[in-house]
Write a protein that binds this ligand. Structure first.
Ligand code: ARG
Length: 471
């Protein structure tokens, strides 16, 4: 619930030198409470750490400190239980909390803001929020990796056409294909981890921009909030939003990965491919065509990358050209990050559901693999290996043999040895060994290759690397 001021009162927080209150439109453009109320828990945690430090350094009395912490806990409960009345007139979460604190504990509340400003306060709260958000996203990405690894294990030996240019290139195994996404997601996790590690310096105590004349202990607040150290420069501390940009950058790359997988799901579910059947829980019907099973969730994941990339762009453009240090422009930072976090959370959950519950049709994938002359490279390699032909020449000979198969509307392995010998007389019967799809994938046993045994080993390695706790 958000209440608005209708009268012309000056702000109780900063209205000392103003004789009249803000125009309602001013209040509306200035307020961020509808967005930053999501920082409530972090705001209260940071305030308690600040208060504790003020007591321990003797800047405020222990009695005041106890009252403040008790009051902050009460405010936290009111917010958690939905009893807190958020006020637009009080602009943002920081002033909403402090004003309610004053109602609960009286005069002592006014001492909490000693040696700090909303500028270092908001930077601290926001960093704490992003740090938590990174942790939550990491578990979700890991869950998706788990679903992909399970399917990869089931389909370690299921052949499918591997594509380049979306044209049949060489046979691969579905397990290998899915593990490619596991690698992408692994890099996403490490980008988020980098973001969390780099952001972990505490702005609190930078005050408005220049530091403070009070004998504060910034090491103390940094440590109690789980930061590695205080930010070294007070001006940088309040003006830095790199952590939000890094979160959005890592999020944008993740959203691009999810959208690529989503696009493949859309293709695989189409009649032309028919490789994948999504579970009923992740399919939608058409209101007019009863036969349809639409992959709406995949299409939406594909689309929502646009949103996340938009969030990154919005914040980059907002921050670009801002002079040091804080400017109100920066208040726009949170909406982009919250939106990206919510979007990614939803997309990851939907993607994990689609992958975990989807059913791949191994027979259909095999059927299509046989169609596109997928073993042409294997034939060329055979000519090189067995006949000692230079690869370029082998490429030409193979091309002519493919053309024959194409004209005869058959697969490479359906040509007779005589037909092949018309193109290259030295070809022997054992060429047929490499024209089969299974032999083809089995032969690609080089490191990182698609051979089923490789995939089985890669599945085990991926479980260790990505699903087991590091240690
Ligand atoms: N609501 C503001 C924000 O999110 C808090 C900081 C306000 N500081 C100021 N000097 N007006 O950026």
């Amino acid at each position: 619930m958000t209440k608005k001021t209708t009268d012309n009162q000056t702000s109780t927080m900063w209205g000392g030198r103003f004789s009249s209150g803000p125009a309602s439109i001013m209040e509306e453009i200035n307020a961020s409470i509808h967005i930053d109320k999501r920082l409530a828990a972090q705001d209260i945690t940071a305030s308690k750490a600040h208060c504790d430090m003020l007591v321990r350094t003797g800047i405020i009395s222990e009695t005041d400190g106890i009252a403040i912490v008790r009051g902050l806990d009460a405010v936290a409960r009111e917010i958690a239980e939905g009893r807190f009345e958020f006020s637009t007139a009080l602009e943002d979460i920081h002033m909403n909390v402090e004003s309610r604190l004053a109602e609960i504990v009286g005069e002592a509340a006014g001492r909490l803001h000693t040696a700090r400003s909303r500028n270092d306060q908001v930077a601290t709260d926001f960093k704490l929020w992003v740090r938590d958000a990174v942790g939550e996203l990491d578990s979700q990405i890991q869950a998706l990796q788990g679903a992909l690894i399970d399917q990869a294990e089931t389909h370690a030996g299921s052949v499918m056409p591997g594509f380049t240019h979306l044209q049949t290139a060489q046979p691969v195994t579905l397990g290998h294909h899915l593990l490619a996404y596991v690698e992408m997601l692994g890099r996403d996790r490490s980008r988020f981890a980098d973001c969390a590690a780099r952001l972990n310096q505490c702005p609190l105590g930078a005050a408005a921009l220049a530091g403070t004349s009070f004998p504060i202990d910034r090491e103390m607040t940094a440590a109690s909030l789980g930061f590695d150290a205080p930010c070294a420069n007070s001006m940088d501390a309040v003006s830095d939003r790199d952590f939000a940009l890094e979160y959005l950058s890592a999020g944008s790359i993740l959203s691009v990965h999810l959208s690529r997988l989503a696009e493949e799901i859309v293709l695989w579910c189409s009649d032309g491919f028919a490789f994948l059947r999504l579970s009923d829980a992740f399919s939608t019907g058409s209101s007019i065509m009863p036969q349809k099973r639409n992959p709406d969730a995949a299409e939406l994941v594909r689309a929502k990358a646009g949103r996340v990339i938009g969030d990154l762009n919005a914040l980059l453009i907002t921050i670009k050209g801002l002079p040091m240090t804080y400017a109100k422009d920066m208040q726009e930072d949170k909406e982009t990050v919250f939106d990206a976090a919510d979007t990614l959370t939803l997309c990851l959950a939907a993607m994990t559901g689609m992958i975990a519950q989807g059913t791949f049709d191994a027979d259909r994938m095999r059927e299509l693999t046989g169609r596109g002359f997928a073993t042409a490279t294997d034939l060329a390699d055979w000519l090189v290996r067995v006949l000692g032909m230079p690869f370029r020449e082998a490429h030409h000979v193979t091309g002519r043999i493919v053309k024959r198969a194409e004209t005869g509307e058959c697969g490479l392995e359906d040509l007779s040895i005589e037909e092949m010998r018309e193109e290259e007389p030295r070809i022997s019967e054992d060429v047929f060994d490499v024209l089969g799809i299974d032999n083809s994938v089995k032969s690609r046993a080089s490191l990182g290759g698609t051979a089923p045994d490789n995939v089985r080993r890669a599945v085990a390695a991926a479980r260790k690397r990505f699903l087991e706790p590091a240690g």
